[in-house]
Design a protein around this ligand. Structure first.
Ligand SMILES: Cc1cc2nc3c(=O)[nH]c(=O)nc-3n(C[C@H](O)[C@H](O)[C@H](O)COP(=O)(O)OP(=O)(O)OC[C@H]3O[C@@H](n4cnc5c(N)ncnc54)[C@H](O)[C@@H]3O)c2cc1C
Length: 418
């Protein structure tokens, strides 16, 4: 089946191994111009590989490297000219400790495992990070009750070293924050998401992953020997035959699942886009906080929090607004609502301190009126799509969880459970 909204991009391939693949692919006949898609024809012999990973965000990159390192021939297909240009570079860059999610959920387990693995990976391979610690602050007695629930939940999930702090201790640690109590998480930290993308991409190159940029997967067909995958680049459509297909397409994950013939509505795989704006904070505020400071979480997001990057630049965000389309233009009118939210716990902040920065969009399975929804990490044999592995709804804490998701996907494929 074809994807409903194909993009028109040029094809480029970046490693010597890829050149060989490209030459092989070029031997195929050009696709019929009427549709722009190659037809599956008996006289064409598609290039055979073991795994096609769709999407070179943090998740696709993290999965591709260990799959290739285990001896599989892996092609990673990305529609943009470089890796990590969508959600993977439009987030808070926080290594979460695993406080927020129901114990036993994939979000909780992958977050705790992923944080542990990320810190180890950073120190072993020299990826910059800082274990800053984080405070979730309460300003009312209702919010204090939420902190107690978060403490219990975090402890059940295995978040390390978390504890409740009273107002006096909070003021000692963060003199500029006004709140009555806080939950302290010492294991929360920050990382540069772009550096993590580069690290994973290098891992892919070292493991022998073929990276195809400016290449979009436009159609899929299930056959008894695996998936026939149409990869379009500009006017050219090439075909791959692959036993496994990993859907790491982020915001376009639902469309790809539909192209594999899955009834996404019936399976509860509909993605809801939820925008989050970020504003940077005026340098005149100085070193505003020593730690990351969050309000108690909201229904759709973690609340407008104050973070800083490895260069000491402070940012506030994200808010959470459900939208129908992907649009990364910032809504400056959010400024006053941001100032009001922040002033609840940092009273010195006014609209004048806020400069529009960037927007990220969450691929949420949870709709506006829904309860908690977990990550989907699932091989779809039971749905008649053997070898198709869905990674859907990988919103926060997806960056933190990336090593753990990669490990699960590798086990799934390598163990032959598929
Ligand atoms: C506002 C916000 C804040 C966040 N903050 C944090 C945080 O602090 N800590 C944390 O742990 N997590 C955070 N996250 C979550 C984290 O950013 C994501 O979970 C993670 O980046 C998801 O990566 P991905 O690879 O799944 O998606 P993406 O980065 O979106 O990558 C998907 C890729 O697939 C490609 N693609 C799609 N369709 C096709 C196709 N048909 N053919 C070829 N390529 C295709 C796209 O071009 C894209 O590059 C945040 C997310 C948001 C939105």
């Amino acid at each position: 089946m074809s994807l409903s909204r194909p993009l028109d991009r040029r094809f480029s391939i970046c490693t010597p191994r890829n050149n060989a693949l490209r030459q092989d692919m070029r031997r195929l006949r050009p696709p019929p111009p009427a549709t722009g898609y190659a037809r599956i024809r008996g006289d064409l012999e598609p290039q055979s590989v073991d795994v096609v990973v769709v999407g070179a965000g943090l998740i696709g990159l993290a999965c591709a490297a260990p799959l290739a390192a285990s001896g599989l021939r892996v092609v990673l297909v990305e529609q943009h000219a470089s890796a990590g240009t969508e959600t993977s570079s439009r987030n808070s860059g926080v290594i979460h400790a695993g406080l927020y999610y129901p114990p036993g959920s994939l979000k909780a387990e992958c977050c705790v495992e992923g944080a542990h693995a990320l810190y180890e990976l950073c120190s072993r391979h020299g990826v910059s990070y800082r274990r800053t610690g984080k405070l979730i602050v309460a300003t009312t007695s209702d919010e204090e009750r939420v902190l107690t629930e978060l403490l219990e939940r975090g402890q059940l999930c295995g978040a390390q070293g978390i504890e409740l702090l009273g107002g006096a201790e909070l003021r000692r640690r963060e003199p500029r924050v006004r709140a009555t109590a806080a939950l302290w998480s010492p294991n929360t930290g920050i990382i540069d998401p772009h550096e993590l993308v580069r690290f994973y991409q290098n891992q892919c190159a070292e493991a022998g992953v073929t990276l195809a940029f400016r290449s979009q997967v436009t159609a899929l067909q299930s056959t008894p020997t695996g998936w026939l995958v149409d990869v379009r680049s500009g006017d050219e459509t090439l075909q791959l035959r692959s036993r496994y297909l990993i859907n790491a397409a982020g915001l376009q994950g639902q469309q790809l699942a539909e192209a594999a013939g899955l009834d996404t509505r019936a399976l509860g795989y509909e993605l809801h886009y939820c925008r989050g704006e970020y504003f940077s904070l005026a340098p005149s505020l100085g070193a505003l906080t020593r730690h990351l400071v969050y309000p108690v979480p909201q229904t759709a997001g973690l609340g407008i929090h104050v973070t800083f990057d490895l260069g000491g630049r402070y940012t506030a965000g994200p808010d959470a607004n459900y939208v129908n389309a992907i649009d990364y233009r910032i809504d400056e009118t959010a400024r006053s609502a941001f100032a009001r939210s922040l002033a609840r716990y940092l009273p010195e902040i006014t609209e004048a301190h806020l400069t529009p920065d960037y927007v990220g969009i969450r691929p949420k399975l949870q709709g506006p009126d829904d309860e908690f929804r977990d990550f989907v990490i699932r091989e779809e044999s039971k749905q008649g799509a053997p070898g198709f592995v869905n990674l859907l709804g990988i919103e926060s804490p997806g960056l933190t969880a990336s090593p753990s998701i990669a490990q699960r996907v590798t086990q799934l494929v390598v163990s032959g459970a598929v």
